[in-house]
Design a protein around this ligand. Structure first.
Ligand SMILES: [Ca+2]
Length: 85
């Protein structure tokens, strides 16, 4: 598989892995997002207040869950931050 395709697939695989924990595979709830951050981005894991703020910033439509498009938006933002430093 070409490298970029593999990495994009990895993004989806990561989302699915955590989103499926509560039986609803279509979105991340706050606990699932906390697990994802703790395990995939150990340097980013903060306290509960930071998690609340972060979750709210990801949940663009404010439905209380983070959908795959919202998660992709986050990954794109992260990419821009990483490569603009
Ligand atoms: Ca949402």
């Amino acid at each position: 598989m070409p490298m970029l395709e593999e990495q994009l697939q990895g993004l989806k695989t990561t989302f699915d892995k955590y989103a499926g924990k509560d039986g609803d595979k279509g979105s991340l709830n706050k606990a699932e997002l906390a697990d994802l951050l703790r395990e995939e981005f150990p340097g980013m894991a903060g306290d509960k207040k930071q998690l609340d703020t972060f979750f709210a910033s990801l949940d663009g439509d404010k439905d209380g869950t983070v959908s795959f498009p919202e998660f992709v938006q986050f990954a794109a933002t992260l990419l821009l931050i990483v490569f603009s430093i």
